[in-house]
Design a protein around this ligand. Structure first.
Ligand code: SF4
Ligand code: SF4
Length: 159
């Protein structure tokens, strides 16, 4: 049976009224979007961002270059570590390179580190114009002793 013009007008008016009601409801709500990059969203406390190397109070790297992180990383050769023995026959990391352009932010490396020397920060603005700029060495990844302590306190509070 064909719908009469009258019922079409009624159903159309109801649909428009419902639409206007939805618009009105949202007009008085606070916006859910942010004016990025001026305003940044609050990240989850367990956010996995750019890797960083922690240092001790004397400014030395906690990393001893054992290579455990390289073995658990699913991306071959993404982390490259070099180490040598110092005058006390203790291993010392001499270079640490990470290609963040290939990192999938899985967190395996930080879980595997037996010295808790590696962390994932909340830094996520990594975009750049060349892939080479996403390769970070130990100096790029280094956190100062105060930054390291601050981050460790934050992590301890969350766990
Ligand atoms: S977060 Fe995952 S992919 Fe990235 S360096 Fe660590 S283990 Fe490799
Ligand atoms: S970051 Fe940790 S697991 Fe990786 S080489 Fe250094 S001490 Fe070993």
């Amino acid at each position: 049976m064909k719908e009469s013009i009258f019922s079409k007008v009624v159903s159309g008016t109801i649909a428009i009224a419902k639409g206007m009601l939805t618009v009105l409801k949202h007009a008085f709500r606070s916006p859910v979007t942010l004016e990025y990059p001026e305003v940044k969203s609050k990240l989850n406390s367990r956010y996995k961002g750019r890797l960083a190397l922690l240092t001790s109070h004397d400014g030395s790297f906690k990393c001893i270059g054992c290579g455990a992180c390289t073995r658990v990383c699913p991306c071959v050769d993404l982390i490259q570590v070099q180490a040598e023995k110092d005058e006390n026959k203790k291993f010392k990391m001499t270079n640490y390179v990470v290609d963040m352009g290939r990192c999938i932010f899985c967190g395996n490396c930080i879980q595997a580190c037996p010295y808790s020397a590696l962390v994932m920060t909340d830094k996520y603005e990594l975009a750049d114009y060349s892939r080479e700029k996403l390769v970070f060495d130990k100096n790029d990844l280094k956190l100062s002793p105060s930054e390291s302590e601050e981050l460790l306190i934050k992590i301890a509070k969350e766990n």
